[in-house]
Every structure is written in structure tokens, then in C-alpha cells.
Design a protein around this ligand. Structure first.
Ligand SMILES: Cc1cc2nc3c(=O)[nH]c(=O)nc-3n(C[C@H](O)[C@H](O)[C@H](O)COP(=O)(O)OP(=O)(O)OC[C@H]3O[C@@H](n4cnc5c(N)ncnc54)[C@H](O)[C@@H]3O)c2cc1C
Length: 361
């Protein structure tokens, strides 16, 4: 019998289990495909505090702190982040930075090009630059988090997955696994991202999320450029530097019926557009060469907000889901806070916009 069973070992599950171990809980983490077997390993790895809502800014700032605390600089670099766009398009994100007290600089197009001569920016555009933002290599991050989990004594079960929750009188008694075995715990966290819907459905609980397959690319530029990670609200594209490569793409996705972990190539139009948009914004030393594509599932909610908190009508089960295309950066903080809510009775009132009540019938 465990104090806490964490289902799913993506970014959310890893930080939930790490926090549990830190608070002295006997924790088990179960991942059908192994730690970082889902979306987290396939993500582009951009961490930026430049987001539209103060809550998201706060979460990402906390996530940056956590990632730096638990992993080495092999997994991340402080690149800073430059958001380019028309002034009105960046207003919400500037307001959020203000509210959260995060330092930022507003630069006009000339100032951007003087500081980073590789950029080409039209006069009607501005840039917002923040400093703590990270470029993260998700697979190294996953490997290091797995090591930390083992060091902290979290029991990891890989290769078998959760099939359903066994519920008696509003209490989850155990989780039934794909090999027929069962794991009992006092508390459960569903951190199975795009697979949560199916596990809940098998447990006769319906959650309202939808799935997209997202795409990103790694391009080799031939040599390292001294530029920050950047996004372009005008051109709908985002990139982060990693050595001589850039990782990112166009804001690009397709609807999916079930989580897509295939290695099928993204639609060729997606890569062509991503390259075209990049070359509009950045002078590269040589023509970018595709070295890798990332393709993976993201779960979304109708209002675009995450689902975070206790599952309605269950007294001992929590959910973190619907993180969309920003889950790598919000996930560490949300995983951590879920355990704080369970163990330290931390109130989740200020997260009412993320309330699970919105997503359950
Ligand atoms: C191409 C792409 C680019 C992206 N870029 C970014 C980015 O730059 N920045 C950002 O913040 N976000 C980005 N995202 C989004 C981000 O990847 C996700 O929001 C985030 O990884 C979700 O984390 P998670 O822990 O909820 O889910 P996941 O990482 O998917 O973890 C769920 C885990 O559950 C496991 N699992 C599945 N079924 C079961 C089962 N039955 N039992 C037990 N375990 C199970 C899976 O193997 C998986 O490891 C991107 C996503 C994609 C696909």
C-alpha cells in the first residue's frame, strides 16, 4: 500500500512524484511506456514566462525554478526569450509580466537588430525580451528526472499501464494495471496527459478534452548563433537555439481521435511553412537542414485552460490534464502543487479557472 500512486511519468508525473518523495511519502509512479514515454519527450522544449495569463506566468516561473533545481545544465540553457509582434498582440503578455513583477525589456525593431544582427524585423513590430527563460532538451530532462526519482526512493513501474480505477463509495481503492495486477494507495494523481480520457472512460468517468497531434522540427544551421529563444506572434512561429541547431516550428497541429505516438512524417506543408517563416525572421549562416522532427499528442480543453485539482465526486484522486502546447513549462509547477494540495492541504482557490468541475459531467 502506497501513500500516493502517480499514473503517468511525463513532466507532470515526474514532478508530482519528486515532490511526494520530498515530503516523505511512499510514492509509486506508473508509466506504460517508461518515464517520458509520451508528449513530454516529443515536445519542442521552450520555456518562457511570456504568456497571456498571470497564472501561467507564475506557473512557468516556478517550473523554471524547479527544472533548474532538479536537473543539470546538460538538460537546459538560460537563453532568454524574445517575443516579436505588433504592440497590441503583445499587450496581454506584457500586462501579465507586470502583474507578476517579472523584469522585461521592450525593444523596437532597430534595437532588436542591433542587439542580435541575425534578426530581420519590420518597423511596425516590437520585441519583448525576458531573461530567465530556458531552452530545454526534453529527452535529457526526462533521463535526469528518472535518475532523481530513483535517488529519492520513488518506486517506478514501467512497461505496464493503468487500465482503470476501482472506485468504492467515491473513494479510489486501487488502480488496475494492464497485466491484471492492482496497486493500492491512499491518493492517486492522474498525470497521463492525452491518455487520461481513456483511463477515466474505463472507470465510467467522462472528462471533456480533445486531442491534437502537434509537430516541431530541429534544424541544423551549421554553426551556433548568439540569439535568444524567440516566438513571433506576427508570423505564428517559435524557435529555441540548442548548439548549432534550432528547435521549433509553426503553431501547427491536426485533430486526432487517439494519442498519436507514430513516427509518421508531419505533413510536408508544415515543414515548408516553418522553414519559410524562420527564414523571414532570421538570417542563417547556411540553409537550414532538417535533422529531426517531433510529432506527438497534446490534450486540450474547450476553453484552453488546464484541468487541475480534485476529480469531482472522488475524495482521493486528482487530475492534471489539458495542458495543450504549453504543458512542458506549466507541468512541473502543477505536478508539484498537486502534491502540496494533497499533503499540505494547500487551497486551490486561486486556480478556479483550471477547476476540474468545468470538464466533468
Ligand atoms: C511537437 C510538440 C511540441 C511541443 N512543444 C512544447 C514546448 O515547446 N513547450 C511546452 O511547454 N510544451 C510543449 N508541448 C506540449 C507538452 O509536450 C505537453 O503539454 C506536456 O508534455 C504534457 O505533459 P504530461 O505530463 O501531461 O503528459 P505526457 O508527457 O504525455 O505524459 C503522460 C505519460 O503517461 C504515460 N501513459 C500513457 N498511458 C498510460 C497508462 N495507461 N498508464 C500509465 N501511464 C500511461 C505516457 O507514456 C506518458 O509518459 C509540445 C508538444 C508537442 C507534441
Amino acid at each position: 500500500m502506497y501513500d500516493l500512486a502517480v499514473l503517468g511519468g511525463g513532466i507532470v508525473g515526474c514532478f508530482s512524484a519528486l515532490r511526494a518523495a520530498e515530503l516523505g511519502l511512499r510514492a509509486v509512479l506508473i508509466d506504460e511506456r517508461g518515464v517520458f514515454g509520451g508528449a513530454s519527450a516529443r515536445s519542442a522544449g521552450v520555456f518562457t514566462v511570456q504568456l497571456d495569463s498571470p497564472l501561467d506566468v507564475e506557473l512557468t516561473a516556478k517550473s523554471i525554478e524547479l527544472v533548474k533545481q532538479y536537473t543539470s545544465e546538460k538538460a537546459w540553457k538560460e537563453t532568454g526569450f524574445l517575443q516579436i509582434g505588433k504592440e497590441h498582440a503583445l499587450r496581454e503578455s506584457i500586462e501579465s509580466l507586470e502583474k507578476c513583477g517579472i523584469r522585461y525589456e521592450v525593444l523596437n525593431n532597430q534595437e532588436i537588430m542591433e542587439r542580435w544582427p541575425e534578426f530581420t524585423v519590420e518597423p511596425e513590430l516590437i520585441g519583448v525580451y525576458t531573461h530567465p527563460d530556458l531552452s530545454v532538451e526534453p529527452r535529457i530532462l526526462g533521463r535526469e528526472l528518472r535518475e532523481r526519482l530513483i535517488e529519492k526512493g520513488v518506486k517506478i513501474i514501467e512497461g505496464v499501464g493503468a487500465r482503470r480505477l476501482n472506485v468504492v463509495s467515491n473513494e479510489v481503492k486501487e488502480v488496475e494495471l494492464s497485466d491484471g495486477s492492482r496497486i493500492s494507495a491512499n491518493y492517486f494523481i492522474l498525470a497521463t496527459g492525452p491518455w487520461t480520457r481513456e483511463i477515466l472512460h474505463n472507470s465510467q468517468i467522462e472528462v471533456q478534452t480533445f486531442l491534437l497531434t502537434c509537430f516541431a522540427y530541429r534544424l541544423n544551421l551549421g554553426r551556433e548563433l548568439n540569439i535568444p529563444s524567440f516566438s513571433d506572434e506576427y508570423l505564428h512561429t517559435y524557435w529555441r537555439p540548442w548548439g548549432a541547431t534550432l528547435v521549433g516550428g509553426r503553431y501547427d497541429a491536426e485533430f486526432a481521435e487517439s494519442p498519436d505516438l507514430s513516427n509518421a512524417q508531419p505533413p510536408s506543408r508544415s515543414l515548408k511553412m516553418s522553414l519559410k517563416l524562420l527564414l523571414k525572421r532570421l538570417k542563417t549562416p547556411s540553409p537550414p537542414e532538417l535533422v529531426e522532427y517531433m510529432r506527438g499528442p497534446c490534450s486540450f480543453t474547450n476553453d484552453g485552460m488546464p484541468i487541475f485539482g480534485p476529480i469531482p465526486r472522488l475524495i482521493n484522486a486528482y487530475i492534471v490534464d489539458g495542458l495543450g502546447g504549453y504543458g512542458l513549462m506549466r507541468g512541473p509547477a502543477l505536478g508539484y502543487l498537486t502534491v502540496d494540495a494533497i499533503v499540505l492541504n494547500r487551497e486551490l482557490d486561486r486556480f478556479s479557472a483550471y477547476s476540474p468541475l468545468r470538464a466533468f459531467r
